[in-house]
Design a protein around this ligand. Structure first.
Ligand SMILES: [Zn+2]
Length: 384
């Protein structure tokens, strides 16, 4: 089996030569040539001692090779060389005499030394070793493509529950008094978001930390998040849904949080960054993970959707923690959203309105799917 060699770009054998092929015209091979015998006759050696080079016992026609590799050929008649391309992957080769071994460049970076394709009666022949090694290399690339940067799980975490009401606000509007509990608002939006994500991603684990009015401790939530099984190159994201409260009745609006390890000290010693003291342990818990730029990106995408979908009815209080963020590797990008203030009458009225709450879940859904698309297609995770 040929050993795959990787080398630095400046020394790349034949790269510039091979790239030159791209600009030259293809189609040298008439169909009758391509349709010549599938397997070239074995060449019997008069010498009983095996030759140093691999004997060319079997070779494939161009047509069969293209079928086996699911590839197209760009051929350069001048250099008698070609590039086989299959999907996003390429395999550049130079022909030689039958039995000669030449370097083959894969994806402009990996090199295999294989029995070279050769010309026979004007038609290309691909040695069996060449075709099987090329097929294996392409399979390996495809396997890597499938496994890279996949978000395998999304955890939606409705804050509080059961006897833990979270924040609460009592208001009297037009003679009617009502009390809004944070745990209820969080659950309503989370369940809706969960349903939207499940429909969009049947192949991902979309999980709720609680699906009804039950108490779930912070430890339970952390254990739950950490227990989701992941394969190599799979990632998990965490979205915690909360509603805000303040002694200042006029405080209102939504916020999106992400946190860095740098914030830990600040959070523990100062509460000015949040009006809900109960949120501090959650934020600290989330910081146990290594937060990264992905958390910022997710926060930004969600905030953008909040602004676009919620209109002018509720103000934005912005993304929090951005100023002190230090980029680190991530295992679990996480954000925490505060939907609005249950202690503010205008916010509380909006948060009792299912139509308005639906806007929140849809905005979250759009922000999250945008995040997933971005990172699954560009391979954005900085580390694993
Ligand atoms: Zn809360």
């Amino acid at each position: 089996m040929s050993k795959r060699i990787r080398f630095a770009q400046p020394q790349c054998f034949g790269i510039s030569l091979l790239l030159l092929f791209l600009s030259l015209s293809p189609g040298l091979f008439p169909e009758d040539m391509a349709a010549a015998a599938t397997v070239a006759a074995a060449v019997p050696s008069p010498d009983p001692v095996p030759a140093a080079a691999a004997p060319v016992l079997q070779a494939f026609t161009l047509e069969d090779t293209l079928k086996i590799l699911d590839a197209e050929l760009r051929w350069d008649p001048l250099f008698r060389a070609g590039i086989l391309s299959s999907g996003d992957h390429s395999l550049a080769f130079q022909t030689g005499a039958a039995g000669v071994r030449n370097p083959v460049v894969l994806d402009n970076r990996d090199v295999l030394t294989l029995s070279a394709p050769y010309l026979e009666g004007g038609a290309l022949r691909f040695p069996g070793e060449f075709v099987s090694a090329a097929r294996s290399a392409l399979d390996e690339y495809l396997k890597q493509d499938r496994s890279r940067f996949r978000i395998a799980a999304i955890i939606v975490d409705p804050g509080h529950g059961g006897k833990d009401n979270g924040a609460s606000g009592t208001h009297t509007v037009k003679g009617k008094t009502f009390t809004l509990l944070e745990k209820d608002v969080n659950l309503r939006v989370s369940r809706d978001l969960h349903a939207l994500l499940r429909t969009a991603y049947p192949d991902k684990q979309v999980l709720l930390t609680r699906s009804d009015d039950t108490r779930t401790t912070l430890e339970d939530r952390a254990v739950f998040a950490n227990s989701v099984p992941l394969k190599d190159n799979e990632a998990i994201i965490y979205i915690s849904i909360h509603s805000n409260a303040s002694l200042t009745k006029s405080a209102r609006g939504y916020e999106v949080w992400y946190l860095s390890p740098e914030t830990r000290r600040t959070l523990v010693t100062e509460s000015k960054y949040t009006d809900s003291p109960e949120v501090i342990p959650i934020l600290n818990d989330m910081m146990e993970e290594e937060f990264t730029t992905e958390s910022i990106t997710m926060a930004q995408l969600i905030m953008k959707q909040f602004k676009e979908n919620l209109g002018s009815l509720m103000p934005s209080r912005g993304i929090k923690a951005e100023d002190w963020y230090v980029v680190k590797n991530a295992r679990m990008p996480s954000v925490l959203v505060e939907l609005g203030f249950v202690t503010n009458e205008a916010d509380a009225l909006l948060m009792t309105d299912d139509t308005y709450l639906r806007k929140f879940s849809q905005a979250l859904y759009k922000g999250i799917t945008e995040f997933v698309d971005m990172f699954e297609h560009t391979g954005g995770f900085t580390s694993h």
